[in-house]
Design a protein. Structure first.
Length: 511
């Protein structure tokens, strides 16, 4: 489990003078044989040095880092909404091939329909093949592993095996997991933008609305919070790819994302695992292409994570407002930011991204960040989080007034939620910060509910010193940093599984 397997290195070094090999006038004597042996040995030596100190290939066997990195898996396209997703076997003999025990069914992460998986229709795919940079780890100093890097290291229980995880805690730091987020020395640890982009995963995509015939298709994903009246203009198209609002009056009409439409919405659900741990997520983003077509009014996107309500107001005039309200204290709304974006009134489609992640609220227009909250504005204290962890899912609302607009490609994504189940977690849980000593690191898997990592390790192999502390990764056990997926998920072409093609759309740098 969780063990990337070293791939076999293959290298071919051409002779220094290949034309001489083809010339029959040149005698093939002892000198020529010595030259060939020297060339081969030099090539092997260079390959060994390259692999030992610079770059080494590995293959991912399991799903502890899904969906960032995939072990043995298969791909399913939902027949009810068209969403494509990956899922793991019940068990697999090898990351390369062999036995692939297919689960009886899978669950689409977008529409939450349960889909049968007949084994004869399943095409198993091999684990991702990655390149691991060794030289930064060997050099150390400014090149040493940094927080949020994906690293490969020797299994604490078996030096011949390797694990791959995301680096969370550094030497001398105190790590604590609270309400799905990582806190370092009592402060929230926020992910860099490139890492955060890699960790967003689907909750619901309006462009893949389920058919009415699907097991969950009869349950609307967006519901009116006011009384519906077909004779009053307002929200339409909530079952289609484009949601529209038509209301040139003073009434404000609101839609709520109906997370009750399916049991796994807004939980830490992974299609890869076909289940969740039951933890309620608190970090989501709303992404859409918005176009104002008429009227001077306002569109409002609201995220409610008790006790706070965060909203962005997008005015047809090009004015933007970021609004915060403490609903528990019955406080009036207050404006945190007010800025201008005149291009919104042009009538063209503009990309809007509004999210709450790592206790920070942000707004992006056309890919450019326009505003972001400060710690003092919406980050709760560690004491409050320990006393009252999240008990309700975050809620998503759309509201409009006095305008006409269109929302294209509306979708909701969620962040990774680091679980802290009492029956599994031995360290770094709420109220139990884990302090790292010199030369010790703390790691977590992206597939948090199904990852064996620093939260729960107990093994300590004979290769580790007597004072080794379970749950840590010693600096001298780190092999390197995962850098590039060069051969993702080979798909077999024949029944033998020997002839394969890579899923080239997933060739990428590891973030």
């Amino acid at each position: 489990m969780d063990k990337p397997t070293a791939a076999v290195a293959e290298s071919t070094v051409p002779p220094t003078d290949s034309s001489a090999w083809l010339d029959p006038s040149v005698p093939f004597g002892a000198a020529r044989l010595v030259e060939i042996v020297q060339t081969v040995l030099t090539g092997l030596l260079l390959a060994f040095i390259f692999r030992a100190f610079l770059v080494e290939p590995f293959i991912i066997p399991t799903g502890s880092m899904a969906d960032t990195l995939l072990g043995r898996h298969a791909t399913q396209t939902c027949p009810f909404c068209g969403w494509e997703y990956k899922y793991a076997p019940l068990r697999s003999a090898s990351p390369y091939g062999g036995e692939f025990v297919c689960p009886p069914d899978t669950i689409c992460p977008n529409c939450q329909s349960r889909i049968e998986t007949p084994p004869e229709q399943v095409v198993p795919q091999a684990g991702d093949r990655i390149l691991v940079h060794k030289w930064p780890t060997a050099l150390g100093g400014p090149f040493a592993p940094a927080r949020w890097d994906v690293i490969v290291f020797r299994d604490p229980g078996d030096p011949l095996q390797h694990y791959i995880k995301r680096l969370i805690g550094l030497p001398g730091e105190s790590v604590e997991i609270l309400d799905g987020d990582v806190f370092i020395d009592g402060r929230i640890a926020r992910k860099p933008d490139d890492v955060q982009r890699a960790l967003w995963m689907i909750v619901y995509d309006q462009a893949h609305a389920p058919e009415a015939a699907s097991p969950t298709g009869h349950r609307p994903r967006w519901v009116r919070t006011d009384l519906p009246d077909d004779n009053v203009p307002g929200w339409t198209g909530t079952q289609t790819r484009v949601i529209r609002y038509d209301g040139l009056d003073a009434a404000r009409r609101k839609l709520r994302f109906n997370y009750d439409a399916a049991p796994e919405y807004l939980l830490d659900f992974y299609a890869h695992n076909r289940r969740s741990s039951g933890a309620l997520i608190g970090d989501v983003r709303v992404v859409t292409d918005l176009a104002f077509t008429d009227g001077p009014g306002v569109c409002r996107i609201e995220l409610v994570r008790p006790p706070y309500s965060f909203a962005v107001e997008l005015h047809r005039t090009g004015q933007l407002r970021l609004v915060l309200q403490n609903t528990a204290a019955d406080e009036p709304p207050r404006t945190l930011r007010s800025l201008s974006c005149p291009e919104l009134g042009s009538g063209a489609l503009h990309s809007v991204e509004f999210g709450h992640v790592d206790y920070c609220v942000y707004l992006k227009i056309d890919g450019r960040e326009r505003c972001r909250t400060l710690d003092a504005e919406c980050t709760p204290s560690v004491e409050r989080l320990r006393a009252s962890p999240g008990a309700r899912p975050i809620e998503v609302y759309l509201c409009a007034q006095d305008l006409r607009l269109e929302l294209h490609g509306l979708r909701i994504d969620r962040d990774v939620h680091y679980t802290s189940r009492i029956d599994r977690v031995r360290r770094a849980g709420p109220g139990r910060p884990f302090t790292l000593q010199a030369g010790e690191y703390f790691v977590l898997g992206d597939n948090s509910p199904d990852s064996h990592d620093s939260r729960e390790w107990t093994a300590a192999g004979p290769h580790l010193p007597p004072d080794y502390r379970p749950g840590t990764v010693p600096a001298d056990q780190i092999v390197g940093q995962a850098a590039f997926v060069y051969l993702p998920g080979l798909v077999p072409l024949g029944t033998s599984g020997r002839w394969s093609v890579p899923d080239l759309g997933r060739v990428r740098f590891v973030r």
